[in-house]
Ligand binder design. Structure first.
Ligand code: AMP
Length: 148
């Protein structure tokens, strides 16, 4: 396998297969969104495509478009659910670009005026807190899907 080939045993591929748990907030036939396990802000969500792509450099453009559309929808729901003032969107490519998990993902970080992002501490969030935020975000997205 070359250094830039897709590894089907990456953590997010395992979440997609159901081999690892995740606090899911949104799912279609093309994408999955779930809580980041080490959130840099409360309500930090990751959106991933179901297609096997390492990052922006190898994803099929049509799959990228689906990921962008889903990211916009999920971002609106996160902002609403978390009563955020704004959002930071991040997407890293290869180790030099800050990527750690090599299945393309979009970070959605709710932001509040005057509140800094938390540092990468390596500490996992309490599961109950993740579950609570996931439930709030799911509700907001369901309301949006229902036209609310
Ligand atoms: P990066 O590849 O730099 O965009 O970072 C990967 C992100 O995935 C980090 O924010 C991690 O906290 C997050 N992460 C790693 N493992 C899991 C997991 N099992 N479930 C949810 N998020 C994860």
């Amino acid at each position: 396998m070359s250094a830039t080939a897709y590894d089907p045993n990456n953590i997010f591929a395992k979440i997609l297969r159901g081999d690892l748990p995740a606090h899911k907030v949104y799912e279609t036939d093309k994408v999955l969104a779930f809580m980041d396990i080490m959130p840099r802000a409360d309500g930090h969500v990751l959106v991933i495509p179901k297609t096997a792509a390492r990052n922006l450099l190898d994803i099929n453009p049509d799959d990228l478009a689906d990921l962008a559309k889903a990211s916009q929808f999920v971002a609106k729901g996160v902002k609403r659910a978390m009563a955020a003032d704004g959002l930071t969107i991040q997407q890293f490519n290869e180790s030099a670009g800050g990527q750690v998990v090599f299945h393309i993902h979009v970070h959605i970080l709710p932001r509040w005026t005057g509140v800094a992002l938390r540092p990468h501490s390596g500490a996992m969030e309490n599961q109950d807190v993740l579950a609570k935020h996931a439930a709030t975000i799911r509700s907001a997205l369901e309301a949006m899907q229902a036209g609310g």
